[in-house]
Design a protein around this ligand. Sequence first.
Ligand SMILES: Nc1nc2c(ncn2[C@@H]2O[C@H](COP(=O)(O)OP(=O)(O)O)[C@@H](O)[C@H]2O)c(=O)[nH]1
Ligand SMILES: [Mg+2]
Length: 215
Amino acid sequence: MTDAPEFTDAALEKGRVLCAGPVSFVLGAADLHQLPESNRPEVAFAGRSNVGKSSLLNALLNRNGLARASAEPGRTRELNYFDLGEGKMWLVDLPGFGYAKVSRTQVEKWTKLTRKYLRGRVNLRRIFLLIDSRRGLMPPDLEMMQMLDTVAVTYQIVLTKADKVKMSEVEAVRAEIQVALKTHPAAHPIVRMTSAEKGMGLPELRAEIGMLAEV
Ligand SMILES: Nc1nc2c(ncn2[C@@H]2O[C@H](COP(=O)(O)OP(=O)(O)O)[C@@H](O)[C@H]2O)c(=O)[nH]1
Ligand SMILES: [Mg+2]
């Protein structure tokens, strides 16, 4: 069914332990000057507003309300920093993009901030780019991918809300994306499928994070 290599039990366990351990919200930064020092491995989560980013973060870390599941899409305009494992890793919730009601000025502000962020973090290991299983890649996702290719920051596609569609449909979306990724130099070749609701794919995503936490 899947061409993704299996994780070893040790890798799954490492990810589980890391994500079940201490995690704390550090700050929400609207400006890059506010960011903590890039002194440890860092991973960031990006995606269109309403893609299920807050839900996935809460599910991954097993803590409700850690990343506020915002009722108002497009509200979060900050880079939210979490300290994972008391100094082991920075986990970043990037502001959502592609929200229809946002003005052009705000889009430009977001683009500038994001590009600067991506260029400025020396220990940024990977961006998890969340894509709704029901929709696949949309124009704003492709724009984000292009930006990531340009700045050469590795990104991995994570399908969200996989419980909302038939497994055969999720597999089809995934296969289609994996083909599209071949022309994106900074893309990680493996697409992960998740459901925050059902817990699907979470152990594997935790294992990815655990591997990236290694210095
Ligand atoms: N069925 C289902 N719904 C989800 C899942 N993840 C998120 N949602 C719903 O999708 C909506 C947006 O989720 P949220 O996490 O706030 O998205 P964000 O804007 O990307 O942070 C909410 O109504 C969630 O309940 C999932 O795995 N399965
Ligand atoms: Mg959110």
